[in-house]
Write a protein that binds this ligand. Structure first.
Ligand code: ATP
Length: 264
């Protein structure tokens, strides 16, 4: 069965105020994908995510979303508003003083098309409970998000991102949620979520990413896709435009690197 991608990015370019940041980006995301997106600071990772989420209008090319049953695809040429995408934002974009509880944060993942005051159905509340338990947040439902640890907040936001059973889940720098104790648990959760949802994981943490994902893309003005995680240091250096030592990842697990040479 020939798979159709759920997200198809063709010749995408994007930028700000007339300055091009991304160009000639081509990428297909399939149902079972777990794609890691790495790249140097300012390379355009967040810009690509903004385009996929429909928050930034591309200056060229297109992003096509295929949703629905396998034999019943339809396309939304210009917007992602109807495809269900889950999104875990960067830590520094979260206002922890916002007076909202864990349960409310999770349920807010369902309320995109609702007004803030409309009530949730009993089915939606039940779904919320399931997510609370899946995220290991029992007992914290009514806690304000400002009173959570980094790892707990992250799981609440992950719950919000997956409560609508999205076709794809996008995570922006999930390893910056401080609470390192929960990092292993996060990746366990993601592996589980990946059984029913494509995942796109943006991260600086090359070593961790390479151990979790199935394929990898490096974004540096354009996108270089690699179908597995057997990347070489040469591939990384070419895409980052710098020697691997400068990336600050001296502890890259060697077993996931392909043939490579040391040249000091
Ligand atoms: N709102 C904006 N207005 C103007 N320029 C921007 C804006 N957002 C990002 N840029 C610029 O676009 C380029 C790509 O930024 P982007 O945030 O996509 O990179 P990134 O790969 O996510 O970087 P990092 O790893 O540092 O988060 C950078 O040069 C940045 O300064």
């Amino acid at each position: 069965m020939a798979a159709t991608p759920i997200i198809e990015i063709k010749n995408l370019s994007a930028g700000y105020d007339g300055r091009t940041v991304l160009h000639d980006v081509n990428l297909n995301i399939y149902e079972q994908d777990f794609l890691g997106i790495i790249g140097p600071n300012g390379g355009g990772k967040t810009t690509l995510i903004k385009c996929i989420l429909g928050l930034l209008k591309p200056t060229g090319g297109e992003i096509i979303f295929h949703i629905g049953q396998n034999d019943n695809h339809f396309q939304i040429p210009t917007s992602s508003s109807e495809i269900s995408l889950g999104y875990l934002p960067q830590y520094n974009s979260i206002d922890r003083k916002f007076p909202i509880s864990v349960e409310e944060v999770i349920l807010s993942g369902l309320s995109i098309q609702k007004s803030l005051t409309s009530r949730f159905t009993p089915e939606q509340k039940e779904k919320g409970k399931q997510i609370v338990s899946r995220m290991g947040l029992e007992g914290l439902e009514h806690r304000a998000i400002g009173q959570l640890s980094g790892g707990q907040l992250q799981r609440a936001l992950l719950g919000r991102a997956i409560i609508s059973d999205p076709s794809a889940l996008i995570l922006d720098e999930p390893s910056t949620y401080i609470d390192k104790r929960f990092e292993a648990r996060l990746y366990e959760l993601l592996a589980e979520i990946n059984k029913e949802c494509a995942i796109i994981l943006v991260s600086h943490d090359i070593g961790t990413v390479l151990q979790q994902v199935k394929s990898i893309a490096c974004v540096n003005e354009t996108l270089d896709y690699h179908p597995d995680t057997e990347v070489t240091t040469e591939w990384l250096e070419k895409n980052f435009n710098c020697p691997i030592e400068l990336l600050g990842h001296g502890t890259l697990p060697h077993r996931i690197l392909g043939e490579h040479h040391h040249h000091h």
